[in-house]
Write a protein that binds this ligand. Structure first.
Ligand SMILES: Nc1ncnc2c1ncn2[C@@H]1O[C@H](COP(=O)(O)OP(=O)(O)O)[C@@H](O)[C@H]1O
Ligand SMILES: [Mg+2]
Length: 366
C-alpha cells in the first residue's frame, strides 16, 4: 500500500517502487494498492504509475534490477494506456477493496498521517489481516511528537527540552507563549507540527521576531505545536527490527551542507550524505543502540522503526522514532541493515515473518 493523504505521498511512492521490485524478485505475488491524495483507493492495473503521474513525479526508481521499469514497459507495449487501465476501478474513501480479502500480508508503505499513525493499522486489525510494522498504539504514539516525547520522558530517555503549545492558545494570546519560549528554551529554537514528518511545517527560528511566522506555519498543519531548544550537534540514526526481541543495526550519520535537515535536503539528489556506519566511538555506538531499543520498547513498537538522535558532544538525545521510515533500497533504514549484514530483500522477508508472527501472537490466548 502506498501513496496516501499525507505530505509524504511522493516519498511513499519511492518506497513502494523499491519494495515491489524486491518482493517480485523474491517470487512474491504483489497486489499494488494505491491511495490517492484525496483518499481514494486505486486498485487494479498499475496504481503506482497512476499515482506517480497524478503527482507529476517521475516514477522514482532506485530499483537496481529494473523489474518495476520492465513491468511498466511490458504493460505499455501491450498497447493499453497504463493510466486508463490503472484507473479502471477506484474505490471511494473508506470502501475496502475486494482485493484485500485475498492477501496474506499487507506491506504498508504509507508515511505520515493516515498511514503511519495507526489509522490504517486499525483497519487491518478489524479485517484480521497481518500487516508489516507497528500496531495501532505504537504507530499513533510514534506519529504524535507530543505524545512520543511524553512517553520517552516517562521512560527516562534523554530528550531535548521542549514545550507543547495548543494552536488555539497561540492564536488567542501569543504573548505569554512567546515569553515562555524565550525564557525556557531561548533562540534559536525549532517549531514543528506535532503530527507530520519529512520536515514539513518545521522552521528553525533564529530570534523572537521570527517566532510568529514559524508558529503560523506549524499551525497550518496541526492543532498541537512543538517548540524545542535547537541542538547544535550531529544527527545519528539507528534501524531497529523485531517484535518482542528487537535488534539494533549499526548507526549512520547524516551530514548536509544546509543549516538543518529540511525537506529539500532530505529528498533532493545529493543534498545529504549518509555515512554508514557512523564514525563514532564503539561505546557511543553501543549506547545509541541501547537507547534505540529502549525507545522502540517504550512505545511498544513491533516490526521496524528508525530511531533518530542528536549527538551533542558525547551526549545522545533521542529526537524521534519513525515507525514507517523511508524504505527505498538506498534509504537509511535499509542501508544500515545492509551494513549490518542483512540485504534489502532479506530485510523484507524478515519483516513479513515478523508481521505473521505478531498476527499469530495476537490471536493466541496466551
Ligand atoms: N531541536 C532541534 N535541534 C536541532 N535540529 C533540529 C531540532 N529539531 C529538528 N531539527 C532538525 O529538523 C529535522 C527534522 O526534524 P524532526 O523532528 O526529525 O521532524 P520530522 O519528523 O519531520 O523528520 C531534524 O532532522 C533536524 O535537522
Ligand atoms: Mg526526522
Amino acid at each position: 500500500m502506498f501513496g496516501g493523504r499525507s505530505g509524504e505521498h511522493e516519498v511513499s511512492l519511492a518506497s513502494a517502487a523499491s519494495v515491489i521490485a524486491a518482493l517480485e524478485q523474491k517470487g512474491h505475488v504483489v497486489v499494488p494498492i494505491g491511495i490517492a491524495r484525496d483518499g481514494r483507493w486505486v486498485v487494479g492495473g498499475d496504481p503506482l504509475r497512476a499515482l506517480a503521474s497524478d503527482a507529476r513525479v517521475a516514477l522514482p526508481l532506485d530499483d537496481s534490477a529494473g523489474s518495476v521499469k520492465k513491468a511498466l514497459a511490458d504493460r505499455a507495449e501491450a498497447g493499453e494506456s497504463a493510466t486508463t487501465r490503472s484507473l479502471a476501478r477506484t474505490e471511494p474513501a473508506g470502501g475496502l477493496p475486494a482485493e484485500l480479502r485475498r492477501l496474506d500480508v499487507v506491506v504498508i508503505m504509507l508515511h505520515g498521517p493516515y498511514g503511519e499513525d495507526g489509522t490504517i493499522q486499525g483497519l487491518f486489525e478489524l479485517a484480521d489481516l497481518p500487516y508489516v510494522g507497528a500496531g495501532v498504539l505504537a504507530s499513533a504514539v510514534g506519529m504524535d511528537k507530543a505524545m512520543m516525547k511524553a512517553v520517552f520522558a516517562a521512560h527516562g530517555l534523554p530528550i531535548v527540552e521542549y514545550l507543547v503549545v495548543a494552536r488555539r492558545e497561540w492564536r488567542e494570546d501569543p504573548a505569554p507563549v512567546a515569553r515562555r519560549v524565550a525564557e525556557t528554551l531561548g533562540f534559536p529554537c525549532f517549531v514543528k507540527p506535532s503530527n507530520l514528518g519529512s520536515s514539513v511545517g518545521i522552521s528553525k527560528v533564529p530570534d523572537a521576531a521570527a517566532l510568529p511566522g514559524a508558529m503560523r506555519e506549524a499551525a497550518r498543519h496541526d492543532r498541537k505545536i512543538i517548540v524545542e531548544r535547537a541542538v547544535r550537534g550531529r544527527e545519528i540514526e539507528v534501524s531497529v527490527l523485531g517484535n518482542d526481541a528487537p535488534v539494533a543495526s549499526l548507526p549512520c550519520e547524516i551530514t548536509y551542507a544546509g543549516e538543518w535537515y529540511d525537506y529539500a535536503t532530505k529528498y533532493a539528489e545529493g543534498q545529504a550524505r549518509l555515512t554508514v556506519p557512523a564514525p563514532i566511538a564503539p561505546e557511543l555506538t553501543r549506547r545509541i543502540q541501547e537507547l534505540a531499543l529502549a525507545a522502540f520498547r517504550a512505545i511498544d513498537c513491533s516490526g521496524m522503526a528508525r530511531v533518530d538522535f542528536f549527538l551533542e558532544g558525547e551526549r545522545a538525545l533521542v529526537n524521534e522514532i519513525n515507525t514507517i521510515p523511508g524504505f527505498t533500497a538506498t534509504s537509511g533504514y535499509a542501508r544500515m541493515w545492509e551494513a549490518s549484514g542483512l540485504t534489502y530483500a532479506d530485510l523484507l522477508e524478515r519483516l513479513i515473518e515478523l508481521a505473521l508472527e505478531r498476527h499469530r501472537d495476537k490471536g493466541a490466548a496466551g
